[in-house]
Design a protein around this ligand. Structure first.
Ligand SMILES: Nc1ncnc2c1ncn2[C@@H]1O[C@H](COP(=O)(O)OP(=O)(O)O)[C@@H](O)[C@H]1O
Ligand SMILES: CC(=O)N[C@@H](CCC(=O)OP(=O)(O)O)C(=O)O
Length: 299
């Protein structure tokens, strides 16, 4: 349905219903993690960009942290470099790190910036190296060794975890009405680059900014129970239980862990939402529709 065929009365009622949400969130910071899997369709990317600009126009401060795993995989494939993951983290040798920087800091970052700007926003794209805003250290992953029935620490190259976030640059940009768009690349004191899982960066950025909300846009309807039903309104204690009984596994594990850490660290709420739904961000902020999974720190 195009806007001309909608009942004008319905349009103004919808706008009016958004008023309490606009009042509640105006002046607050919302960190949105845009995953590479949710970036696959042009219409969805366009609706995402429009949602971000609308948030800014009504006084909310959106900060975008993006992924781009499938896009990195595509370029590695063209270069005949194999993609390998351990515990959901890409094994990143020096050659792969160059591709990660090119794809995340270049192609993906600038295409999101461009789309937001096309919708009338003022987006600025940066990586964690700009202003050394994401300080990182090497991440060592623990993996079970089936031969020795013991876990061992393995080196997966230039993969990082967040050591600290400096919010100066983000705050300077938001104060001047720019929308920061951040690629998840960190740097250590010696100037070495690190490839960091985008969910982890989004969670730490939300924590450092004391954000009102952390939204993780993914390609599933939310956190699901063993029957495939979406679960919501979960407390941190319930999530801890679902991790230990194995209901939460694979790529959802780092996502949920970072959502939990964020709410424990002072972010009001974290939401895992379906980026395949048009206007998923607006549905979450301005309606009571209850999309995806909500995690708060209320016990
Ligand atoms: N309990 C669960 N509920 C939903 N998804 C789950 C669950 N446990 C594991 N998963 C997996 O986690 C995936 C989402 O993580 P991931 O693929 O890393 O997303 P993204 O690329 O958006 O960061 C889902 O596609 C699903 O395969
Ligand atoms: C260490 C590590 O795995 N980094 C990720 C960074 C991108 C990312 O997280 O992208 P999505 O959100 O689209 O999955 C990678 O190389 O794929």
């Amino acid at each position: 349905m195009n806007s001309a065929s909608r009942d004008p009365q319905v349009v103004v009622e919808v706008l009016s219903e958004a008023l309490p949400y606009i009042q509640q969130f105006s002046g607050k910071t919302v960190v949105v993690k845009y995953g590479g899997n949710a970036m696959t369709e042009d219409t969805l990317i366009d609706s995402f960009a429009r949602n971000i600009v609308l948030m800014k126009e009504v006084g909310i401060n959106p900060v975008v942290v993006h992924g781009g795993g499938p896009q990195i995989g595509e370029l590695l494939g063209k270069l005949n470099i194999e993609s390998r993951f351990i515990n959901g983290m890409r094994v990143t040798d020096a050659e792969t790190m160059d591709v990660v920087e090119m794809v995340l800091g270049g192609l993906v970052n600038k295409s999101i910036v461009n789309l937001i700007n096309q919708c009338g926003g003022k987006a600025i794209g940066v990586t964690g190296k700009d202003g050394a805003q994401i300080r990182a250290r090497q991440l060592h992953v623990e993996q079970q060794n089936p031969e020795h029935q013991a876990s061992e620490i393995i080196d997966i190259g230039h993969v990082g975890e967040v050591e600290s976030i400096s919010t100066d640059l983000i705050e300077m940009l938001t104060e001047r009405d720019f929308i920061p768009v951040i690629a998840p690349i960190g740097v250590d004191g010696e100037g070495n680059s690190y490839n960091i899982n985008a969910d982890l960066v989004a969670g730490k950025v939300a924590e450092a900014l004391s954000a009102e909300k952390l939204m993780l846009l993914t390609n599933v309807a939310g956190l699901m129970d063993e029957t495939g039903e979406v679960m919501t309104g979960l407390t941190t204690a319930q999530v801890d239980g679902l991790i230990s009984d194995g209901t939460i596994h694979g790529g959802m594990l780092p996502k949920i862990r970072c959502a939990l850490d964020a709410v424990k660290g002072g972010v009001q709420s974290a939401h895992i939402i379906d980026g395949r739904v048009p206007h998923a961000v607006l549905l979450e902020i301005f309606t009571n529709a209850g999309v995806g999974t909500l995690i708060t720190d209320t016990e």
